[in-house]
Design a protein around this ligand. Structure first.
Ligand code: HEC
Length: 133
C-alpha cells in the first residue's frame, strides 16, 4: 500500500511538472552502456525485418545486459523509482522479443521492439534531458 501511495505521488509530480527536468545527479552512470544499447537497438529492427534470428538474438542480448546494468544502477538509489519501473518494463519487453524470436514469430518480435523504443524514450524524457545541458 505504502509503495502504491509513493508511486502515485511520483506520477502526479511527473504529470504536473511543466518541465520534466528533475534535479537529479547521476554520478557514476555509464554512458557507454547506453551507446552499446543504442547500436544494438538501431541494428535490431532491420535484422528482425530480414528474419535474421541469430543477429537479432545477439542484439537483444546486448540490450538485456544494458537493461540489467541500468536496473542495478537505479535500484541502488531511492530517488528514482520511476526509472526502476521503466527499466523493468523494458526488460520484460526485451524478454518477449527474445521469446518471439525463438518461436520465429518476427511480426510479434518487431511489435515488441517498437514498444521498447517508447520505453527508452519514457526514461529519457525525465532522466536524459535533465543531464544534457
Ligand atoms: C531506465 C532509464 C533508461 C532507459 C530505459 C534507457 N535509457 Fe538511455 N539513458 C538513460 C540516462 C539516464 C541517460 C543519460 C546519461 C548521461 O547523460 O549521463 C541515457 C542516455 C542515453 C544515450 C546517450 C548516451 C551518451 O553518450 O550521451 C543513448 C544513445 C541512449 N541512452 C540509448 C538508449 C536506448 C536505445 C534505450 C532503449 C533500448 C535506452 N537508452 C533506454 C536512461 C535510460
Amino acid at each position: 500500500m505504502r509503495s502504491v501511495w509513493k508511486w502515485s505521488v511520483w506520477l502526479s509530480l511527473i504529470v504536473s511538472s511543466v518541465s520534466p527536468a528533475l534535479a537529479v545527479e547521476l554520478e557514476g552512470f555509464d554512458k557507454d552502456v547506453m551507446q552499446a544499447m543504442d547500436d544494438a537497438f538501431k541494428d535490431l529492427e532491420p535484422v528482425i525485418g530480414a528474419r535474421n534470428t541469430e543477429a537479432a538474438i545477439s542484439d537483444v542480448q546486448v540490450l538485456l545486459e544494458g537493461y540489467q546494468w541500468t536496473g542495478d544502477y537505479f535500484k541502488a538509489r531511492t530517488d528514482t523509482p520511476d526509472a526502476v519501473q521503466w527499466n523493468a518494463e523494458g526488460h520484460a519487453l526485451l524478454e518477449s522479443v527474445l521469446a518471439s524470436l525463438n518461436r520465429q514469430d518476427f511480426e510479434k518480435a518487431a511489435e515488441s521492439a517498437r514498444a521498447t523504443a517508447k520505453n527508452c524514450k519514457a526514461c529519457h524524457e525525465v532522466y536524459k534531458k535533465s543531464l544534457s545541458r
